[in-house]
Design a protein around this ligand. Structure first.
Ligand SMILES: [Zn+2]
Length: 268
């Protein structure tokens, strides 16, 4: 409790620009971790042990090879050893993660809850990217985010007495799961099992913000899903039996809502 108070004090007394700068670095590091996860999780490789290596020449990467964005720019997108091209998606993922962290802090100010919101958004983005690439929502990622959100918002409630927000977050997370379950049974496979497990960790932070945010994100996700279905349908020439990963639509709806803070505008 004392530690939490000190943490909140350290966060809240600082200018939000200072916190935004710190979170920019955290965002870059999480983005860098994300590229490792996105590469290893679908292959069931251990992502804690084992050093990163060049996928092409298998040369282990030194710490100097792992500085987000900077290394890629400095080496002009090539491996230091074998000169194989390193995909531009790596620095892009790192920059996106950095952008999400800074935008959320700018929108929601300096508090423990803002940091939790920012990191949750990045977690959702990583999980959704894995879903888009592999059509799988890994349980380990979902459980990690769920525990992080619970502990994070609980800590904020302890320090800032935001129990109202915490309770609303839990209620909306449960509601979202029930709605997802109904869709799952009604659509008979249109909505995947993974999406049902994804719903509570997407709607907990939204619920923490308010009912407006929860509904706003739901609408945005629905619009994105419809557009995707049409685009994928045209591409695959079978609009009726098209199947798309829903995770990215849900995550994108939540991230856009949290960054734009629709809850505040709806006044809920
Ligand atoms: Zn190499």
């Amino acid at each position: 409790m004392l530690l939490l108070k000190i943490a909140e004090g350290a966060i809240a007394t600082h200018d939000r620009r200072v916190l935004a700068a710190i979170m920019a670095v955290v965002g870059l590091m999480l983005g860098s971790f994300a590229t490792v996860l996105i590469h290893r999780l679908p292959r069931n490789e251990n992502f804690i042990k084992g050093r990163s290596q060049c996928p092409s020449c298998k040369e282990p990467l030194a710490p100097i090879d792992l500085i987000p964005v900077v290394t890629w720019l400095f080496l002009r997108g090539r491996c230091r050893h074998c000169k194989a091209r390193i995909s531009v998606k790596y620095p892009l993922i790192e920059l996106t993660s950095c952008y999400i962290a800074v935008s959320v802090i700018n929108q929601h100010g300096a508090s423990i809850a803002s940091v939790v919101l920012a990191v949750s958004c990045i977690g959702l983005a990583i999980t959704a990217t894995i879903d888009a690439l592999t059509r799988r929502l890994p349980n380990r990622a979902i459980i990690t985010i769920a525990i992080f959100e619970l502990i994070g918002f609980f800590a904020d409630a302890l320090v800032n007495d935001s129990w109202q927000d915490f309770k609303r977050g839990v209620i909306i997370a449960i509601l979202a799961t029930v709605v997802a379950l109904i869709f799952y049974f009604v659509s008979r496979g249109g909505l995947g099992e993974g999406d049902v497990k994804f719903a509570p960790i997407v709607w907990f932070p939204l619920g923490w913000l308010g009912w407006g945010a929860a509904f706003g994100a739901y609408l945005i996700a629905a619009v994105i899903a419809v557009i995707w279905t049409i685009v994928f349908g045209v591409l695959q020439r079978r609009v009726r039996k098209v199947s798309i990963p829903l995770g990215p639509a849900l995550a994108l709806g939540a991230i856009v809502t949290i960054i734009a803070d629709f809850s505040w505008k709806a006044g809920v």
